[in-house]
Design a protein around this ligand. Structure first.
Ligand code: PLP
Length: 406
């Protein structure tokens, strides 16, 4: 019997995949560095980085080598056993950060879920079961489990799924007075992205971050930093909190942690970790040897002066090209972000055109992101070649010209 031929086209998507995404019409089949090819062999320059994930580009030789060698050695043991790559990766993350303890999971949402549960559990054990209030921010994004999406600051993403986890308060980002108005001794945590990613690429101000730290200390609350998007070198430092000189109590990392292989981590201190015990939290896949081996290689490469210092040079090249475009088309009200997490906010007269520009860019052969309806977002490989930035920006400018003129 001949095998049925399956049409692997964008049309098939509409028939077989849960309709929660609206992917591009073209289907990528191959990637190398910052270049991607589709089924027709058309080439794209990748400024999207799989949404800030492929921080070392596509199929980096060192990651491929680790994937192969660990893949031929040991993939999975469960947490009934520990494994060498997890112990090495945890030790290196601890050495590189404020943390003493690591919990591994498989996605940003799971790392945040663990972080929020830990913050509540710690408050319950050390203080009182009534110390459960979480303060979070409008437009924040923390993942799609019911808890994380409820802590996130866009109710449209958490409505319609039944009763939500309670005692979560949202206030405007970068507004310290708004936090002061709601924080009290029943607050267990403030949860914040140092740079709001999905919310429009908006960095926290220095005053805001320092203020949050002080308010947490005054009220014996924990400062939880969601660095799922801003971490792992994206900002030009290993983690964005280093820019502020403000230490978190709990930090989450995912996206670029595995360079494209699913893995995430929650980092915390000995004091907070000490309230946990076997059975209190867990995951089957989290911390498996294959994921941890790949993340260890990614961390070894990213956490070097060559890569981290290269981020700011590349940022200057991006920003320069965007400013030139702005001078020509009077396009952007703001070019912001940190490192290679770059947001370019469209002026009011171009409001709503971000998606059109993204589609036109793909047609010209460059993959970009949006953050909301009015912000173009770039989250390329941290080691993208300057020649790829130049060529990608040339294609992007052509696309912008077509949308603005059209
Ligand atoms: C992407 C993202 C998440 C969710 O990560 P998933 O791996 O999609 O679960 C959480 N927080 C931030 C800041 C993110 O950018």
């Amino acid at each position: 019997m001949a095998a049925e031929k399956i049409a692997v086209t964008r049309e098939t998507f509409d028939n077989v995949i849960l309709p929660v995404y609206a992917p591009a019409q073209f289907v990528p089949v191959k990637g190398k560095g910052s270049r991607v090819w589709d089924q027709q062999g058309k080439e794209y320059i990748d400024f999207s980085g799989g949404i800030a994930v492929t921080a070392l580009g596509h199929c980096h030789p060192a990651l491929v080598e680790t994937l192969k060698s660990q893949g031929e050695t040991l993939w999975h043991t469960s947490n009934v056993f520990t494994n060498e790559p997890a112990l090495r990766l945890a030790s290196k993350l601890i050495k590189a950060t404020f943390a003493d303890r690591v919990f591994f999971a498989n996605s940003g949402a799971e790392a945040n879920e663990a972080a929020f549960k830990l913050a509540r559990y710690y408050a319950c054990k050390r203080h009182s079961p009534f110390k459960s209030k979480i303060i979070a921010f409008h437009n924040a994004f923390h993942g799609r489990t019911l808890f994380t999406v409820t802590v996130g600051g866009q109710p449209k993403y958490s409505d319609g799924f039944g009763p939500k986890p309670a005692d979560i308060v949202h206030v405007p980002f970068n507004d310290l007075d708004a936090v002061k108005a709601v924080i009290d001794d029943h607050t267990c945590a403030i949860v914040v992205e140092p740079i709001q990613g999905e919310g429009g690429v908006v960095p926290a101000t220095q005053e805001f971050m320092q203020g949050l730290r002080d308010l947490c200390d005054q009220h014996q609350a924990l400062l939880v930093l969601d660095e799922v998007q801003s971490g792992m070198g994206r900002s030009g430092k290993l983690f964005a909190y280093e820019h502020y000189g403000v230490q978190p109590d709990i930090l989450t990392s995912a996206k670029a942690l595995g360079g494209g292989f699913p893995v995430s981590a929650m980092l915390t201190t000995n004091e907070i970790a000490s309230t946990m015990a076997p059975g209190v939290h867990g995951t089957t896949y989290g911390g498996n040897p294959l994921a941890c081996a790949i993340a260890e290689t990614a961390l070894d490469i990213i956490n070097t002066p060559e890569v981290l210092e290269g981020v700011d040079l590349r940022r200057q090249q991006f920003v320069g090209a965007l400013q030139a475009m702005d001078a020509k088309y009077d396009l952007f009200s703001d070019i912001r972000g940190k490192g290679l997490l770059i947001g370019a906010a469209l002026k009011p007269q171009h409001a709503g055109k971000a998606r059109d520009i993204l589609n036109a860019a793909a047609a010209e052969g460059v993959m970009v992101l949006v953050a909301g309806t009015d912000v173009m977002r770039f989250a390329p490989s941290l080691i993208i070649e300057p020649a790829d930035i130049e060529e990608g920006m040339r294609r992007f400018a052509t696309a912008v010209g077509k949308v603005i003129a059209g």
